[in-house]
Design a protein around this ligand. Structure first.
Ligand code: DC
Length: 228
């Protein structure tokens, strides 16, 4: 059977990755969380003191890009792929509020985007992939057979992210999480290079009131229709 590319874009914490991961598993496709790649570059920048609240050493980061090797390795026990930066598993380090706070500024840098987009296109060259992010249907795979644009209210999204962070043992306030969600949405959708937009051929999904099972069933049906 021929394989397709499924692009899932949308605002932060819309639950894109949860659905994308399950969908990929059901279809036997590769799943790629492109946000994890931007987070990995951000983690590198934090580690090398290239970014703080009020400074960003663009030039040093750009000239270090060749030293940043990001790969995904499937973890059989967990049932999903984890992200590695230069051989180090950084799956939990990239989910902190500190990385979330800086990541949109890193994702604005065109050189960073160019590198990651190239790598993402390579991962999907044989199709059979579910990829989530902000520019998948618009820039990475404009020819994707199925494009989904996920939305949900900022409050719903912040509550989801807050719960997830608490479960991971992070100690923070709901207001900080909500502020981060709103700020990131603004930067992600207004930046100059590859802003988050809903392309014309994307199907919009407001999942504020949908369970994961409902979302999965609806998207699976759309994928099956494309595969017919
Ligand atoms: O999906 P996420 O919240 O983990 O993504 C983290 C950040 O990375 C997000 O605020 C914007 C950026 N990003 C991007 O610019 N392009 C992508 N394809 C994926 C993420």
């Amino acid at each position: 059977m021929s394989k397709i590319i499924i692009a899932i874009d949308g605002y932060s914490s819309t639950g894109k990755s949860t659905v994308a991961k399950l969908l990929a598993k059901e279809l036997g496709y590769i799943y790629v969380d492109t946000g994890a790649m931007y987070r990995a570059v951000t983690y590198f920048a934090v580690q090398h003191n290239l970014i703080t609240e009020d400074s960003l050493n663009n030039e040093a980061l750009i000239s270090s890009l060749d030293d940043i090797n990001i790969i995904f390795k499937f973890n059989d026990a967990l049932g999903f792929a984890e992200v590695y930066l230069n051989e180090e598993n950084i799956e939990s380090q990239i989910r902190t509020l500190e990385v979330s706070k800086y990541v949109s500024r890193i994702a604005e840098i065109s050189e960073v985007r160019r590198k990651l987009v190239q790598e993402q296109q390579l991962m999907g060259k044989d199709r059979g992939i579910v990829m989530d992010g902000r520019d998948i249907g618009s820039v990475v795979f404009p020819d994707a057979e199925l494009k989904i644009f996920m939305t949900a209210s900022a409050d719903t999204r912040a509550k989801r992210r807050y719960k997830e962070l608490l479960e991971r043992g992070h100690n923070l306030s709901y207001d900080d999480v909500l502020e981060n969600v709103i700020t990131r949405d603004k930067i992600d959708s207004t930046r100059e290079d590859s802003p988050l937009i809903r392309v014309e051929d994307a199907i919009e999904f407001d999942n504020s009131k949908m369970t994961i099972e409902e979302q999965l069933a609806a998207i699976r049906k759309l994928a099956e229709d494309k595969l017919k």
